[in-house]
Design a protein around this ligand. Structure first.
Ligand code: GLN
Length: 483
């Protein structure tokens, strides 16, 4: 039962093949059995999950169940959950019990889905390897000596190992797509503003966007149907109707124009990854798509622009953790200044402190124009590159990462090499367009991902393009050995 997709679990529940309590129990048992190896959960909410599952079963008995009632899922520990620890994988929030639900959490509850627990992540979503968690690093189920990617690495590892059929993620510079690629999953970062950020702990507010991590595009469509939509509590949420993402999954790809950006096929790209992407492109040609070479001339500036903008916004967002209002407070402060300094010094991990310092620096009076303003100008150029490209093509296709999952510890002491990991994903966040990663093959038994990017609010098209590929390939069906 643990290998069922969301769509299959929902169908099984409707057909009364099993109850929500049974399927919830299956996943809770697997978490107990396997998570010691992976460290993918920070909190498991076993009792609450079983209560919710029994309630769901009551709905089935009464005929009041919805499409997804009783289907288990997990939340990245960045989403506030009433009465449940919401740590953002930081010592700073280790003692924080959220007093309210994020809108995303409310929506899953309204859909009747059952939360199994909260998944591990990089502290405050800063990282690409899940080694920056206060609760320890997460292991990749395909190879326990390797990283699952980050920052949504706990979510990705848990879904890949079939400890939950889906988990939420957030993507500021690639944190849904990169772990999806490294763990053989389907992950979508929607258009900025499509999914509410209310109650999603802020890292870089102009880039952060929540989305689902799933095994299939069909499931991703179901989950985005739950997550997407206007929220008056989030002033950057876009008031625009949400299509039924499941309805167009089977549209034909005949005549679809796919763009391959020459900047994504660089010499640093692992040749085996390049070969896998080439093979995927051939599949699309068979499905009737036409392939076009395009250029995104400014995307090579994505990383430097991002590592000014994201730290700037983070330094401002994380100013709220002052040891006074909530979160960690140091022991026996001498005075107020000592309280601030030591609470923040002891509460934040090294990477978070590095970003706060960079952010404070680039925003300081003497450097604002040279760094922050420049980065914002580059951001406009990158956005324009995409707008130009989408005049010529319908979707943009390329690799999600340069190579498969790297070893734990391999880049941990080298922040710049870690930052380079997101070379293909960050541009979509800077522009605010939707991006998706889907399984596209294996290199030395490690999964790799193919990235699809679309124009603003074209999530339905990305899901359609992904689903059609998954109908003719079986990469996404592979299970990591030992799970
Ligand atoms: N790896 C990138 C960073 O560390 C992106 C993280 C994210 O998308 N949350 O900032």
């Amino acid at each position: 039962m643990y290998n069922l997709t969301i769509a299959e679990i929902a169908a099984g529940l409707r057909a009364k093949k099993f109850s929500s309590e049974e399927i919830t129990h299956v996943f809770l048992t697997r978490i107990k059995q396997y998570d010691a190896r992976l460290n993918s959960f920070i909190t498991v909410t076993e009792e609450a999950a079983l209560v919710a599952a029994r309630e769901a079963d009551q709905h089935y008995a009464n005929g009041t169940a919805g499409l997804l009632t009783g289907v288990p899922m997990a939340q990245k520990d960045i989403f506030c959950t009433t009465g449940v620890k919401t740590s953002c994988a930081s010592h700073m929030l280790d003692n924080f019990i959220a007093p309210y639900d994020a809108t995303v959490v409310t929506r899953f509850k309204q859909a009747g889905m059952v939360m199994l627990g909260k998944t591990n992540m990089d502290e405050f979503a800063m990282g690409s390897s899940n080694e920056n968690s206060y609760y320890g690093s997460v292991k990749n189920p395909w190879d326990l000596t390797r990283v699952p990617g980050g920052s949504s690495g706990g979510s990705a590892a848990a879904v890949a190992a079939r400890l939950t059929p889906m988990a939420t993620g957030t993507d500021t510079g690639g944190s849904i797509r990169q772990p999806a690629a490294l763990c053989n999953l389907t992950g979508i970062k929607p258009t900025y503003g499509r999914v509410s950020r209310y109650g999603m702990i802020a890292f870089a507010s102009s880039l952060d966007q929540g989305g689902p991590l799933n095994r299939t595009a069909e499931d991703a469509a179901l989950m985005l149907n739950v997550m997407a939509g206007f929220d008056e509590k989030d002033s950057t949420s876009v008031d625009r109707p949400v299509p039924d993402y499941s309805a167009t999954l089977n549209n034909s790809l005949a005549g679809l124009k796919i763009g391959l950006p020459k900047e994504y096929f660089v010499k640093e790209l692992d040749p085996q990854v390049a070969a896998a992407i080439d093979a995927a492109v051939k599949e699309y040609e068979k499905l009737g798509a036409t392939i076009h070479s395009i250029s995104l001339p400014n995307v090579h500036l994505s990383i430097p622009a991002y590592y000014v903008i994201a730290p700037a916004e983070c330094s401002s967002n994380l100013a709220r953790y002052d040891g006074v209002r909530f979160g960690y407070r140091c022991e026996n402060p001498k005075d107020l200044e000592d309280l601030y300094k030591r609470s923040r010094g002891e509460g934040f991990g090294a990477e978070v402190k590095r970003r706060i310092m960079i952010g404070a620096y680039v925003l300081s009076a003497g450097y604002y124009d040279a760094y922050y303003l420049k980065a914002q100008q580059i951001r406009s150029l990158i956005k324009n590159d995409f707008l130009e490209a989408f005049k010529q093509v319908d979707v943009i296709l390329g690799p999600t990462t340069l190579s498969p999952a790297f070893k734990l510890g391999e880049k941990a002491d080298d922040p710049v090499s870690m930052y380079l990991n997101d070379i293909f994903t960050i541009a979509a966040n800077l522009a605010g367009i939707p991006g998706m990663s889907i399984p596209a093959g294996f290199v030395d038994n490690l999964p790799i991902g193919m990235q699809l990017m679309g124009n603003y609010f074209e999530e339905a098209r990305l899901l359609n393009v992904a689903h059609q590929y998954q109908k003719v390939t079986d990469w996404h069906l592979k299970i990591p050995g030992g799970f």
